[in-house]
Design a protein around this ligand. Structure first.
Ligand SMILES: [Zn+2]
Ligand SMILES: [Zn+2]
Length: 136
């Protein structure tokens, strides 16, 4: 992993810098993450709020997950790139969308959420911690 972890949206209006190694790396295969990411699943790195500096204007979409939890999905209002999401139950951390990293080479999911709704061709690594629905 690089000394300094940086990333941002596609147009560059929003930029961020992470000061410490993310605590958790996960993939979520729920239907909402699929819609939001426009891909088979979303990749998130769990980062303590105090460890990240975000610069630029963002917009938030309030989503209610299949589990009933409220999720704030934060994106760039200019280019629409997904940046991170916040769950009310974990106000101390945010789930950074790993596709927005400048160098995502080190990222590898250790946890899979909502494997019940994963697309049939997506390989689920049995060495990961896998949950059929939410981790709870
Ligand atoms: Zn942008
Ligand atoms: Zn999800």
């Amino acid at each position: 992993m690089a000394d300094k972890i940086t990333g941002g949206c596609l147009c560059g209006q929003v930029r961020y810098e992470i000061k410490a190694e993310p605590r958790l790396q996960l993939a979520c295969h729920c239907a909402d993450c699929r819609k939001e990411s426009g891909s088979a699943f979303s990749m998130s790195a769990l980062v303590p709020r105090e460890d990240i500096i975000i610069v630029g204007e963002t917009k938030t979409y309030l989503d209610t997950g299949d589990s009933g939890n409220q999720i704030s999905r934060v994106f760039c209002p200019n280019c629409g790139s997904s940046l991170y999401s916040e769950v009310a139950a974990r106000p101390d951390a945010l789930a950074l969308k790993a596709g927005s990293l400048d160098d995502p080479g080190w990222f590898k999911p250790r946890v899979n959420l909502w494997t019940d709704s994963a697309l049939p061709w997506v390989p689920i690594d049995p060495a990961c911690k896998n949950f059929p629905k939410n981790a709870g």
